[in-house]
Design a protein around this ligand. Sequence first.
Ligand code: SME
Length: 198
Amino acid sequence: MQEPESSARFEKRRERVKLTYKMQSSARVDSATTKAVFYQQICEQLDGLLKGESSFIANAANTSALLFQFLPDVTWVGFYIASENELVLGPFQGKPACTRIAFGTGVCGKAAAEASTVVVGDVDKFPGHIMCDASSRSEIVVPLLNWGKLIGVLDIDSSSLNRFDDEDREGLESVVAVFLAGQSINDLPDLGEYSAFE
Ligand code: SME
């Protein structure tokens, strides 16, 4: 059992993560800008959006909506949540998707099993890629880790080849850090007995 987290500790953790991305004075997301600045602005917006709400489901829903609204050239943005030995579909934006993915299977299962981001430039060349939408051509999956323990993954698809580069990886890892910092540890999903990284 995880210790309950005090609100003072939660706020301290949140402030610490803010230091990991550079705050911009502008609160809007400007499409005509560099990727690095774009992701800084997304992080800042997300931080504001999550403030005052610690529900994992509500925050995951709003995070996927924010990314789907502002990320150019994406067809699907959403979360899969770790449960026992598989990932289960969580809040998302886009077409209906497969509901359960075993660890180690597909792009999501690989990111979950390895606890690191997977970028796929051409999904047709990725052995075992799970096709939820026939228009998908490239994909990035970022794991959600709470002190090394897998909670789930953030998955983003595009209909363009090689849509995601290293700047997207860095930017989306920052987005995930801000998302996790917005959660009270007390409100994280119940992972049952699963603990791949303990
Ligand atoms: N393509 C993913 C499956 C999830 S969908 O893209 C929404 C995979 O290979 O894991």
